[in-house]
Design a protein around this ligand. Sequence first.
Ligand code: AMP
Length: 525
Amino acid sequence: METPDQNPIPRLGRLDEYLDWHAARRPTEAAAEENVCGVDWASLRTLVDATAAALQECRIQSGQRVAFMGPPGLSYWITFLACQRAGGVWVGLNPQYTARELTHVLTDSKPALVLAAGASAAISDPANLQSACQSLGLGPVQLGDSIDEIADRIGITSTVPRSADSVARSLGESGVALVVYTSGSTGAPKGALITQTGLIENGWWLARRLGLNPHRTLANLPVNHIGCVGDVCSTALISGGALVFMPKFDPRAAVEVIRDRQVEWIPQVPAQFQLMVDRGGLGAEDLGQVRCITWGGAPMPRGLIKKLSGWVPDLFNSYGLTECSGTIALTQPGDGLDVLADTVGAPVAPGLVAVTDEAGRPCAQDECGEIRIRGKHLFHGYLDNPSATRQTLTEDGWLRTGDLGAMDGHGNLRLLGRTHEMFKSGGYNVYPREIESVIEDLPEVSLCAVVSVPDDLWQEVGVAVVQADPSRVSPQDIETHCRQFLARYKVPKRFVVRNELPLLPVGKVDKSRLTDEVQKIDDAT
Ligand code: AMP
């Protein structure tokens, strides 16, 4: 493995320029693989060029959105890069989306073209995509199952591309590369506009700070998440590494892929590592060639950190969020258990992070404040949502993360809470208001409050406390309703039906009392 200094990574202007850079310098080295199918850098460039030409034949113009539904695999990566080549803006659709979630993302992003991976893809219900596209007047293009078919088949489309509008022109001029849907505290997911510059900045710093260049990376995060497109795939692209795709996460299969495909970097959320240890039989013997493990999105339990640190040379806790294109703080190689468990490390680049009071004034060392971020990592705003953008980006260019933290004497950041109510379940953001409004759609329900409680595996899980007549609606009815309208990770793990919820004097549900009550019941059982 080369060090960054033996092979300095250039700062290029566009993501697809990195494809050309590595195709020229390492044409026969592995660029990406999925099961037994692999491509080297020269073939990846050929496939991307053919697919980009097909997109242009479909009259995709600068800034127009191209949506893709499929698992993390070659067709995802080729269409993403081709879209960048053709000047389009890519939108990842999670195959686990329900019809309601899918319709929201498609309605909001208004794609000119919708693509779906072939029949073998882990799409939970293909009918959802068909009906959502039909209701919006779009026809999905089915990509072939083998990569040879992809570039050919992409030309077969029943979609009539929309002509470029003023939104497309402004996205094109601003260098927007993709839209990532991230839920807001008001419920409806917002489209964060991630730029080429943000992805390059993130991948460039991450590749240097991890010191893996080039490397073989496990890629099994969902394609609609910044962790997949930003941290994992863009970092591998920029540093010339190979992506080892796993279309579907399964703890046992993941252990086999890591061992048999000689994976060197494993970036995952903590729950995936826990499942690989608990149910996949992960042990030191599977990790012989692994140079580093990174996790983000949620803290990792101490016991798990201890176990993994005995097996792998370098462990890193990484902190970031969608709106800053990936990772903005990272622990250092060799950091001990306390730093890995209690902090998220130091900012990846100088001047990137501040901890401030409500007025934006810097906090003292160890003083709790809101974490704010500025610089090239930042997103361009939310698609068609200037008021949400104004609430998140200050006039002087800082991103308000909504995370509370403090900087310690070693320059490491401690996360202390959130300014809003979001909780993390298995690395996913869950916004109680989104779930509450789905449950309140039931005619028998008058009020609902979702609170989070700690969970050994998923870090936090939701409990829905519902105000309704228990003789008219059961916890099972509510759960069935949730499963119909919410992605699996958002469905609360427990439902309690009550005649009344405790209220604050202002009439809002007293969530802290409710959390205590739910916690007491949990402690007693
Ligand atoms: P997302 O936009 O989905 O990437 O979620 C970002 C949020 O996840 C942050 O605002 C934090 O609240 C949380 N988060 C990210 N990384 C970590 C971490 N390493 N430890 C704990 N929480 C994290």
